[in-house]
Write a protein that binds this ligand. Structure first.
Ligand SMILES: *Cc1c(COP(=O)(O)O)cnc(C)c1O
Length: 838
């Protein structure tokens, strides 16, 4: 494969500059920033696209740069640095996980790596981008799989009334940092997909992220029908047929591409259910190569699959009309010698309900062995959401855990914060080398941290002025308005930031509950405050658009317009500027709707503080010494009344605590109480909510055990998988024969002795466990006491016994029979439970 050469003819002194331009890991490097700024400052500022910047200049300019010693030295430093970074083993190769884990395929509908590669809409994509960047930093073998959208997600423009307009600029593959993939024979790789009545070809691309690759597919191949060439044009197509086809391209196409490239992942990570078809395609390969039935192959694939769910509401799962399954997947079912009903049931809660839509999250659950939500609270919410798939199962045992999200710290630090962390020699932390962050933070003088805060704020103010002036110019504002924009904000006053998707649950207008009260806070003569707001509303969300307009109108009020700005077209660059600059990040979702939220984590490294609803990540991060909480940490039904109370709480926090604390200065002009919180938040929260911590958790707790289980099941031509599958079939077919006799409880010297008869019918005693189960009492999980098998009293009927320690009364315990297999997981792979009826 000839991917590592570009067509750019570089002078020798600039060798490697093209590789720098294509590396999405470097996009967030402040040093690389300076290089691209030097090559073409206008285009760099407008596009943040190093590849386009490099291609924008001609041979004479390249030659001039090549003769500029200061510049070539910067380039050489970066090239050397990159080489070191990509060859250093860092964390993973020295971890225990490296003994089993060979390669993770990370499938995601979006990847937010850089504005130069617009294939993301928001939080999910940015998380995927940060996942890749942290994986390369830690040396974890990951390959990303996604789609290349020609138009990506929409870009937002605001007119002079504050109406949102959606724009879909076209990205030309020759101008974005992607390379077309070629096969061993030098020909472009094309992946065929069988759609009803036709074959659709997918083109394949590679994106470089440090030492890792992200592969992308798109359908804009000249061989395709014109109607198929646009399948991958836009992200989150409203048309469900296109959405289905995109998900087939991602899952089936993505796995096929990996095989075409000779990559054999042992773990497949589904970042949200959109990618769940990858499991089916993976099972197909296993079935064909090992000549095993489809259900055995699926049992192998399942062991090596991790599924991360991201939504706290069932309505957000992707669901499709069953007719799609029938028309698109019948050839697949036929090849696998299963009925289409067998495929349909993988996506249904109730396999017998023929009208139930096909749910991609359910398919992902049926195809995974490890499932997680994205914060502790979201784990709990997800266990409720997926409870339907595990009837009779106590909620604590619904097999969904959590890995709290984190952010790629080096991507989100400001130049000033970078200096502080670098001087303190703490940056190795982000490569998995533990550093004494808490000790160092103790030693940094408050005045130095305060200087960093001031630099951050000032840089943000200067950036906002330019950005707003351009925004108003584009919206057709008059010269007075543009002039005002160039003077908006003040680098010395308390700066709040607030940016997110404008949608009902985010309650983006909570601060506007009483606009006059907010205006009084902002315009207080002694202790003024300013606020920057940004965010897009989904094109079909009229409610969200109206909220944008309310903020816009508020920002135009005569009395506050120098203190409030709505920054249009929220994206990675505005996000970076905001989280670098603001003193306080405000987040007001309606609990428990924010699965995790990551934007508040991005302010941590920069010394910003959070004031947020106790939802998502903040529910586990909050402590009084690191920030402020809104709400009471519970859910509420009467939303209007409760919103009013929370708005009042937020105003009071600002009026009585946040603003006074920011302006309470010591003799050197430093807000010492404020800086104590900044220090605490930087020291304790930054590492905890970094993607470095997140990746280590995924590797150690999910990827490595999944890889081990996958290899175990695959060995000996899927011997163990076949055994697990036989066991599952037996459980399904004969579970109805399991019955209890009467339970006998006798007090003994320490506690109670339990005895019971259990008839297992055709199910052998090795295939089950009999337990006493008690729900959690207070802290900790439920209690399960294994009952020991005694004699077979009649054929198929056994006596079981155990003791309890007497700490709880006997009525707390209920005997139950559950399926058991040493290599399988309960209740995920056999969700039967027989409870003793008192
Ligand atoms: C971090 C980020 C998000 C995620 O925002 P949350 O509201 O915290 O989920 C969305 N969009 C962009 C551009 C981001 O950088």
């Amino acid at each position: 494969m000839n991917q590592h050469r570009t067509e750019i003819d570089l002078p020798e002194s600039l060798f490697g500059l093209d590789e720098l331009a294509l590396d999405m890991r470097l996009i967030s490097s402040h040093r690389a920033d300076r290089v691209w700024h030097r090559v073409n400052p206008e285009l760099w500022a407008a596009s943040r696209n190093p590849w386009a910047v490099l291609k924008s200049i001609g041979a004479p300019e390249l030659a001039a740069l090549g003769a500029d010693e200061a510049f070539t030295e910067q380039v050489r430093d970066l090239v050397d640095d990159r080489q070191r970074r990509n060859s250093d083993p860092f964390w993973f190769p020295q971890s225990k996980a490296a003994n089993t884990l060979a390669l993770v395929a990370y499938f995601s509908m979006e990847f937010g790596l850089s504005e130069a590669l617009p294939i993301y809409a928001g939080g999910l994509g940015v998380l995927a981008g940060d996942h890749m960047k942290a994986a390369t930093d830690l040396g974890v073998p990951v390959v990303g799989v996604g789609l290349l959208y020609q138009q990506g997600y929409f870009r937002q423009a605001l007119d002079s009334q504050g109406n949102q307009h959606e724009l879909y600029p076209f990205s030309d593959p020759s101008e974005i940092p992607v390379r077309r993939l070629r096969g061993a024979d030098g020909a472009w790789i094309r992946i065929p997909l069988e759609f009803p009545g036709r074959t659709v070809y997918l083109r394949a691309w590679e994106v470089n992220v440090g030492r890792l690759s992200l592969y992308l597919l798109d359908s804009n191949d000249p061989a395709n029908d014109p109607s198929d060439r646009g399948i991958t044009a836009q992200l989150y197509e409203a048309d469900s047929a296109v959405r289905w086809e995109q998900e087939m391209a991602l899952g089936f196409g993505g796995w096929r591409l990996l095989r075409e490239l000779g990559r054999y992942p042992d773990v497949c990570h589904l970042n949200e259910g959109h990618a769940a078809f990858a499991v089916l395609e993976r099972a197909r390969w296993i079935a064909l190569e090992h000549e095993v039935p489809f259900d055995v192959a699926l049992t192998v694939a399942r062991a090596g699959t991790v599924f991360t769910t991201h939504t706290p509401v069932a309505a957000a799962f992707d669901r499709f009309d069953p007719s799609f399954v029938v028309s698109y997947l019948s050839p697949f079912a036929a090849e696998m010698q299963v009925s289409i009903e067998d495929i349909l049931r993988l996506g249904r809660a109730d396999p017998g309900d023929h009208s139930e839509p096909f749910n991609m999250a359910y398919l992902a659950i049926r195809g995974a062995s490890r499932i997680n939500g994205v914060s502790r609270l979201h784990g709990e919410v997800s266990r409720e959401l997926f409870g339907d798939l595990f009837p009779r199962c106590p909620i604590e045992e619904v097999p969904v855990g959590h890995v709290t999200n984190g952010v790629h710290v080096p991507s989100w630090d400001s130049p000033a914060a970078d200096e502080v962390w670098t001087n303190a020699e703490l940056r190795r932390q982000w490569q998995g080398v533990p550093t004494p962050i808490v000790d160092w933070m103790e030693k940094i003088p408050a005045a130095e941290l305060w200087r960093m805060r001031n630099r951050n704020r000032e840089r943000f103010v200067l950036w906002s002025r330019q950005r707003l002036a351009r925004q108003f110019t584009v919206a057709g504002a008059g010269p007075d308005r543009i002039d005002e924009a160039q003077r908006i904000f003040d680098p010395n006053i308390l700066t709040l930031g607030f940016a997110r998707r404008f949608t009902e649950y985010k309650r983006t207008a909570l601060l506007l509950h009483d606009p006059d009260r907010l205006a009084r806070i902002l315009t207080n003569a002694d202790r003024p405050v300013q606020i920057a707001v940004a965010g897009k509303a989904h094109p079909a969300d009229g409610f969200g658009k109206a909220l944008i307009q309310r903020w816009y109108e508020f920002s135009q009020r005569e009395d506050v317009r120098s203190r409030v700005a709505f920054i249009a077209d929220y994206d990675l660059l505005p996000a970076e500027q905001l989280v670098n600059g603001v003193d306080v990040w405000v987040n007001t979702p309606r609990r428990p709707w924010e699965a995790s939220g990551t934007s508040g984590m991005k302010v941590l490294v920069n010394g910003g503080l959070n004031v947020s609803e106790l939802d998502g990540w903040w529910a586990e991060a909050y402590a009084p010494q690191v920030g402020w909480a809104i709400g009471d940490g519970r859910e509420h039904d009467d939303t209007a009344q409760w919103d009013a109370e929370e708005a009042d709480g937020l105003y009071r926090l600002l009026e009585n605590e946040i603003v006074p604390m920011f302006y309470a200065r010591d003799e050197n002009g430093v807000p010492d109480e404020w800086m104590r919180r900044v220090r605490e938040s930087m020291a304790t929260l930054t590492p905890q909510f970094s993607s470095e911590r997140m990746i280590r958790e995924y590797v150690e707790n999910l990827y490595a055990p999944a890889s081990f289980a996958y290899r175990t099941r695959l060995a000996d031509n899927c011997r163990i998988a076949a055994d697990v599958q036989r066991w599952r079939d037996m459980i399904e077919n004969y579970w109805g024969e399991v019955t209890f006799g009467t339970v006998h409880v006798d007090p003994d010297d320490k506690g109670y002795a339990f005895r019971i008869l259990v008839s297992l019918g055709a199910i052998g005693p090795e295939a089950v466990q009999v337990q006493l189960f008690a729900s959690a009492a207070g802290q900790g999980g439920p209690e399960r006491i294994l009952m020991e098998r005694g004699d077979e009293v009649v054929r198929g009927t056994y006596s079981y016994h155990c003791r309890t320690d007497g700490s709880r009364p006997p009525r707390d315990y209920t005997p139950r029979v559950i399926p058991f297999h040493p290599d399988a997981s309960f209740p995920l792979e056999a969700n039967r439970i027989c409870w003793y009826q008192h």
